[in-house]
Design a protein around this ligand. Structure first.
Ligand SMILES: *Cc1c(COP(=O)(O)O)cnc(C)c1O
Length: 360
């Protein structure tokens, strides 16, 4: 067996320990005589799993008691509609910061349901920075204020949350959840597709303050209503049972690694290694500079498309896969989520140095 270093933006690498445990438990979970995949979601064995995963997530993220944790399906993209259908219920207005394609999609989808105000955008420079926010542009009567906290495609992140006062802050944390501690109480709602930092595709996690639940619009489909999922413990219908179980194993691994403070230190170390090399290289250049640099997604270019393509192809042969950048940025992107070992980034930097020397 020879496992590659996978720099995919998602679905992404999982910790080897998680895959080993899942493999060991594939045919029989504990002494149940069955795989978790085969279990009834209504069984007491599965109830113990989902309860344990929720408790574990609450512990790792220090989620306050007045927040519900929902295990849903439909990806982060379904949240782009679920959020307005549930939360745009007083003035029918919401504020948005457009920092990339996902932020824009959230804005576009919400615009089908209400009046959406763009507070700021970084579209002018291909989303290579986080715009300054002018509080006078915030709508104090908005039903919510939406940000995409880490911009997976462009490699930027908010280092400071906007002060939205009483307006609930709703944040897409798909590509940075569990990468460092966050103060959940600062948000009205956090959501994330699991396939970057939490587990396999198919599971979407929503963490929502209780008072925001229960006022969905009449037209809101039952399956899109947070109240329905909250009242049924994420079991209104069959939840993504196996994905939830894998999230539990990922959380066990994070706890063993020392929790989110330790994850943060490790992620910052990996990102610094890569950015330091990019800043010193004559061939490679990061597309984002300064404090807005993501510690999860690192886009970079050579400035020469042929050279970019050669790099991506040689990197693949050397066991570093999925380094091709998003088509809107070009070049390369290394996604270095929690599960990417420090060694994976060290070896990538070594490979880039060698490539630079050979192709100078
Ligand atoms: C990947 C991603 C999405 C889309 O997630 P799906 O689960 O595929 O719908 C949305 N937002 C961000 C920030 C992402 O990284």
């Amino acid at each position: 067996m020879s496992r590659v270093y996978n720099f995919s933006a998602g679905p992404a690498m999982l910790p080897e320990k998680v895959l080993e445990t899942a493999a060991a438990q594939m045919l029989e979970y504990k002494t149940t005589g069955q795989s978790v995949m085969e279990m009834s979601h209504r069984s007491k064995e599965y109830q113990a799993i989902i309860d344990g995963v929720e408790a574990s997530l609450r512990e790792v993220m220090s989620i306050p008691d007045n927040y519900k944790v929902l295990f849903l399906q439909g990806g982060a993209s379904s949240q782009f509609a679920m959020i307005p259908l549930n939360l745009m219920n007083k003035t029918g207005k919401a504020d948005f910061v457009i920092t990339g394609q996902w932020a824009k999609k959230a804005y576009q989808e919400a615009s089908r349901y209400g009046e959406c105000n763009v507070v700021a955008s970084s579209a002018d420079k291909t989303f290579s920075y986080i715009p300054e926010l002018d509080k006078s542009k915030f709508n104090p009567t908005a039903d919510y204020f939406h940000i995409c906290q880490n911009n997976t495609i462009y490699g930027t992140r908010f280092t400071e949350l906007p002060d939205t006062g009483n307006v609930p802050l709703v944040a897409d944390l798909s590509s940075c959840i569990l990468s460092e501690p966050v103060d959940v109480s600062k948000y009205g709602m956090i959501y994330a597709g699991a396939q970057k930092n939490m587990g396999p595709a198919g599971l979407t996690v929503v963490i929502i303050r209780e008072d925001l639940i229960g006022n969905a619009r009449d037209i809101c489909p039952t399956m899109f209503n947070y109240q329905i999922h909250a009242e049924n413990g994420s079991m209104y219908n069959t939840p993504p049972t196996y994905g939830i179980y894998i999230l539990g194993l990922v959380l066990d691994w994070i706890k063993e690694m020392g929790g989110l403070e330790a994850m943060k230190a490790r992620n910052e170390k990996k990102a610094a290694m890569l950015y330091d090399f990019l800043d010193s290289s004559k061939m490679f250049k990061a597309t984002v500079s300064g404090k807005d640099r993501s510690i999860m997604n690192v886009p970079f270019i050579t400035g020469n498309e042929e050279l970019d393509a050669k790099f991506v192809s040689e990197a693949k042969k050397a066991g570093f896969i999925n380094l091709k950048g998003h088509r809107t940025v070009g070049g390369m992107r290394a996604s270095i989520y929690n599960a990417m070992p420090v060694e994976g980034v060290e070896k990538l930097v070594e490979f880039m140095k060698k490539f630079e020397a050979e192709n100078a």
